[in-house]
Design a protein around this ligand. Structure first.
Ligand code: SAH
Length: 246
């Protein structure tokens, strides 16, 4: 199957409606990653079809739960703010921003190489609803202009759950949601991370499962509800988070 057919089949399987502009944008994004990957290491996978399936389709598989996660949550205005923490080459933020055009996506990464790449992608694809932030999550999460100011916080392949909790939960508004892209190994991780979620003001709401089209693995989304303010002590310095996780 060629790239276009694979994409179309996958979108149907996920129940996602798409316009030809959206399909073009996804294909363009795939081409850009594929070409840049030879120069700067953006994704482990180098084959075009693998990048499409393992990264792009995996990222948009969250849209299977669009109603539960995004629409039900919608304030009706244009200002639902979504943070993609540790976005790397823009995953899952860029593919999602192509479909959720009336939300603002903030893509955060500490690496200048990644944020430069993302600025270029934003320009090439003319993504008006994307903002790029270079910085460290544990520093920005303590700042009043970022802390508790996002409706939804997403993270894919950034760190293990105890570290990720402290990096991400401070950014989320009360009543907002934090969604981690996780694999089947989630059960063991959850046991370890349960306590830190509570300490940081979160509450485990759901585990949502999806079959990523053309992949044999199941993808699991851990959904955390922010039920109360994160204590001012958190996030701590990265050394403390890493060496002495909550
Ligand atoms: N989400 C992407 C990238 C995963 S790699 C994907 O799914 O492919 C993890 C990324 O997180 C790297 O680009 C790294 O620079 C970034 N990162 C790790 N720790 C971070 C921190 N504390 N603050 C900001 N970015 C961080």
């Amino acid at each position: 199957m060629d790239i276009e057919d694979t994409l179309k089949t996958a979108l149907i399987e996920l129940g996602i409606q798409s316009t030809s502009n959206q399909l073009e944008a996804l294909k363009r994004y795939l081409d850009i990653i594929f070409n840049y990957n030879k120069r700067i290491n953006l994704t482990g996978t180098k084959k075009k079809e693998d990048i499409l399936i393992r990264h792009i389709l995996d990222s948009i598989s969250l849209l299977k739960y669009k109603i539960e996660l995004f629409d039900r949550h919608d304030t009706g205005s244009n200002d639902q703010k979504i943070l993609d923490l540790g976005t790397g080459a823009g995953l899952p933020g860029i593919p999602l921003s192509i479909f959720l055009t009336n939300r603002i996506f903030y893509l955060l990464d500490s690496s200048l190489k990644k944020t430069d790449f993302l600025e270029m992608v934003k320009g090439e694809l003319n993504l008006k609803n994307v903002r790029i932030i270079r910085g460290r999550a544990e520093e920005l999460g303590a700042r009043s202009d970022y802390r508790e100011s996002f409706d939804i916080v997403l993270a894919r392949a950034v760190a293990n759950i105890r570290i990720l909790n402290e990096l991400s939960i401070p950014f989320c508004k009360i009543n907002g949601k934090i969604v981690f892209y996780k694999s089947r190994k989630i059960d063991a991780e959850l046991e370890e991370g349960r306590e830190s979620i509570l300490k940081l003001g979160g509450n485990i709401e759901d585990l949502l499962e999806v079959r990523v089209p053309f992949m044999n693995e199941k993808r699991i989304f851990l959904v955390i509800n922010k039920i109360k303010e994160t204590p001012g002590l958190y996030p701590r310095s990265f050394n403390k988070i890493k060496n002495n996780p909550l």
